[in-house]
Write a protein that binds this ligand. Structure first.
Ligand SMILES: *Cc1c(COP(=O)(O)O)cnc(C)c1O
Length: 410
């Protein structure tokens, strides 16, 4: 495999035109689209006009005149086709952590006497922390089970009150068979919430077809919504009807501007809204999601797979000798859109790579993570990144961690 072959793959890619939708710094090799997606070219001018025109001139009238009031549902409807959901099943609000709390609290409150809440050991910490808080809140009614990845299905039975799983593991990129686990949960009558933060916008998702009832996810990773952009909640249509909100704010009220004394939930997915939405960030979410306009998710998935396989292959050829061990599943179908390598000096190596213009991240304790964002990551980028890393290792141009203190954000 040489660089010219990579250039040929990029030219032939059905996604070749998508990179032009983003404003990426010249010369930078960016492999953190799974942490903070790149800036879409249309976002900045629109945010400028939201601030100067809609806010500055339109003032409070913009809630209706500029459609601010309906943005959360519009953004949800824009995300829906990317995850295999229908219009009216997704709404954008709050953070992923808070949305998980909202759904899990409601499902646990409705439970009739089952005991376990099953999640995965090594899952993204916020998911586990939120469940810990809830188990505490319910005062001993539930036991939190942190199952090893291979023991998850075996831990779900008739005594399970709730399952919470991240589709793609943030550290290893390992991807669950969502359709199969969802079917197992259904067979036992167990509600399951899926965290799509590391899968939406990068791998094909068919929530409706797979019979998934509940999901949450964030918009600032592969969906390019910008730092701190609001997250989303998905509920299958029948689950929307049954859902009883626990966090009962005025934006979820059936007659918000009736200012009634008591709460009455809306009938639609808007019942998941709580308070006033972050309009600037929601507008940015629309731009991030629009980068997928006219793009088939099958092409995104094929692009992700081709780029990831290239990275694995080049790493075998050029990096294994320096002690990099593949920390992601080798089988492409079991991997999301990232490739991780374990290395004892992963942190120091990640800093040396950044200094060389290759942005990857370090995940404690020893993982170097390459996120693959198929809309803008190119095969030549993968080739150049592996080349840069091989050169660093050959010259030992990195500082062992004994002299490097991790930054507060890695
Ligand atoms: C990034 C990520 C989150 C983010 O949660 P916030 O509440 O938006 O900070 C949650 N879950 C997973 C699996 C993630 O990867």
């Amino acid at each position: 495999m040489d660089r010219a072959t990579c250039e040929g793959l990029d030219r032939a890619s059905p996604l070749a035109h998508c990179r032009g939708r983003f404003s990426l710094p010249e010369g930078l090799l960016y492999f953190n689209g799974n942490s903070l997606g790149a800036l879409p070219k249309t976002t900045a001018a629109d945010i400028d006009s939201v601030v100067r025109e809609e806010w500055g001139r339109g003032l409070v009238e913009s809630w209706l005149d500029a459609d601010w009031f309906f943005l959360a549902r519009r953004a949800g409807d824009a995300i829906a086709p990317l995850i295999g959901a229908s219009a009216g099943e997704v709404v954008c609000a709050d953070s992923t952590s808070v949305n998980l709390f909202k759904l899990a609290a409601s499902l646990l409150r409705a439970d009739r006497g089952r005991r376990t809440v099953v999640t995965e050991r090594g899952s993204f910490p916020t998911d586990v922390y939120i469940l810990e808080g809830l188990v505490d809140l319910f005062d001993g009614r539930f036991d939190l089970v942190l199952a090893e990845p291979e023991a998850i299905v075996g831990s779900i039975d008739g005594d399970t009150a709730l399952v919470v799983l991240t589709h793609v593991n943030f550290r290893t990129g390992a991807m669950h068979d969502m359709a199969a686990i969802a079917a197992h949960c259904r067979a036992h009558g167990v509600p399951a919430i899926w965290d799509l933060s590391h899968s939406a916008g990068a791998v094909p998702l068919a929530l409706n077809r797979w019979g998934v009832e509940y999901a949450v996810g964030c918009t600032y990773k592969f969906l390019n919504g910008g730092p701190g952009a609001p997250a989303y909640v998905y509920m299958a249509t029948h689950a929307v009807a049954a859902h009883q909100p626990v966090v009962t704010g005025w934006f979820g009220h059936a007659d918000q501007f009736g200012f009634e004394d008591r709460y009455r939930a809306r009938e639609d997915i808007g019942k998941c809204l709580v308070g006033t939405p972050p309009v600037l960030s929601l507008r940015a979410v629309l731009h991030g999601v629009r980068c997928f306009d006219g793009v088939a998710m099958e092409d995104v998935a094929a692009g992700s797979r081709s780029l990831s396989e290239l990275l694995v292959r080049l790493a075998d050829e050029r990096l294994a000798r320096y002690g990099f061990a593949l920390a992601s599943p080798r089988e492409p179908a079991k991997r999301g859109s990232q490739v991780s390598f374990a290395h004892p000096e992963a942190y120091a190596v990640s800093r040396a790579l950044r200094a060389a213009g290759v942005v990857v991240d370090f995940r404690s304790p020893d993982v170097l993570r390459f996120g693959i964002a198929p809309l803008y990551t190119r095969h030549v980028d993968v080739w150049d990144a592996v080349d840069a890393l091989a050169r660093i290792m050959a010259s030992e141009g990195w500082t062992p961690h004994t002299t490097a203190t991790p930054d507060p954000v890695t």
